[in-house]
Design a protein around this ligand. Structure first.
Ligand code: APR
Length: 311
């Protein structure tokens, strides 16, 4: 039986569970949370949409980690979202404690699982989950690059008037200020961005993408984005479950690629049944590689802060 667990039945977790169920690619999606009744109620509601939406995957809501046993993939969304004015770093300590606890529970029941981390601050939480789980690095990865790339694609479509499905966009690096847009790999209807937009317009769009999560937090006033984030997480799970070996930007362990060592960083990677099957070394410009190295240095500093915490 194929099984995916989503930890956290809040906005991000429940939309991810619903998207995964509707994909109909696993027998069961288990959704768990510390709040009693929440995952059970949401699961019941989701399951009752199956005859209309025409899929079979069953969602199981639970507060008991025993029900997560034998999961192939576990998406960890548990934790607090940002409040307006709060940086991802402010979330560090509170979410680190949650991620440590959740990872220990998950590994006890699913020692073979691949972990997809989405809780912020993303790079640190992915690093922490890898350390606590003791899993090989290729079985622990984080979500950020698909979301940032997709936000960039949306803004490019809006600015150029070109169909969203005709836009290719790629961002690497970290999630937030050290996000690394990769203009050499971006195109609008197969043409370079500069055919449509001035350098200033491109820069403004890249800046807006970097702050894309914060813009939504400020508008919502309570909670952070979850529709596009859950699309991104579900896409990663599908690539792993279906053993697609499809290439997408994810937060993966980098060990020598792009001249960067021993850090979780947003890079293009092929996802399959073993998690990260390969970190892909693309033909980037010198400036893009330099920006990636800068992002790696920033993540390493943040990981040092994580290691200073008494968890
Ligand atoms: N175990 C299980 N679930 C937990 C735990 C825990 N130890 N601690 C908190 N939770 C649950 C909460 O009960 C809540 O239902 O995590 C859920 C979080 O849901 P929301 O508050 O709606 O937050 P959400 O928008 O889903 O964001 C979750 O994803 O994008 C990131 O920054 C965001 O870190 C945040 C995470």
């Amino acid at each position: 039986m194929s099984k995916v667990t989503v930890v956290g039945a809040g906005k991000y977790g429940s939309t991810t569970a619903q998207r995964l169920a509707a994909m109909d690619i696993v027998d069961e999606v288990v959704m768990t949370d510390i709040v009693e009744g929440l995952p059970q109620g949401l699961a019941l509601d989701m399951n009752q949409s199956r005859p209309v939406e025409k899929y079979r995957t069953l969602v199981v809501g639970t507060n008991d980690y025993a029900d997560t046993a034998g999961s192939d993939v576990v998406v960890i969304t548990a934790g607090l979202p940002r409040k307006p004015g709060m940086s991802r770093m402010d979330l560090l300590e509170v979410n680190a404690k949650i991620i440590k606890d959740v990872t220990q529970q998950i590994i006890k029941f699913s020692p073979e699982a691949t972990l997809v981390i989405v809780t912020n601050p993303l790079d640190q939480m992915t690093t922490l989950a890898a350390e606590v789980s003791g899993l090989p690095h290729h079985k622990v990865l984080g979500q950020a690059g698909i979301l940032d790339s997709s936000r960039l694609a949306h803004f490019l479509s809006e600015a150029t008037g070109v169909d969203i499905l005709e836009i290719d966009a790629l961002t690497l690096g970290s999630h937030g200020p050290t996000m690394v847009p990769v203009p050499s790999q971006c195109s609008v209807a197969g043409k370079p961005l500069t055919d449509f937009l001035s350098e200033e317009e491109i820069q403004a769009i890249l800046d807006r993408t970097r702050g894309g999560g914060g813009e939504i937090v400020a508008l919502l006033k309570t909670g952070s984005a979850y529709y596009a984030p859950s699309s991104a997480a579900a896409r990663m799970v599908a690539a792993i479950i279906n053993d697609e070996k499809a290439m997408m930007p994810v937060c993966a362990w980098v060990s020598g690629e792009y001249g960067i060592n021993d850090v979780y960083l947003g890079v293009p990677a092929r996802l399959g049944k073993n998690g990260v099957e390969e970190v892909v070394v693309m033909d980037l410009t010198d400036d893009e590689v330099a920006a990636l190295a800068e992002a790696a240095a920033a993540v390493k500093e943040k990981v040092d802060e994580l290691h200073e915490l008494d968890l």
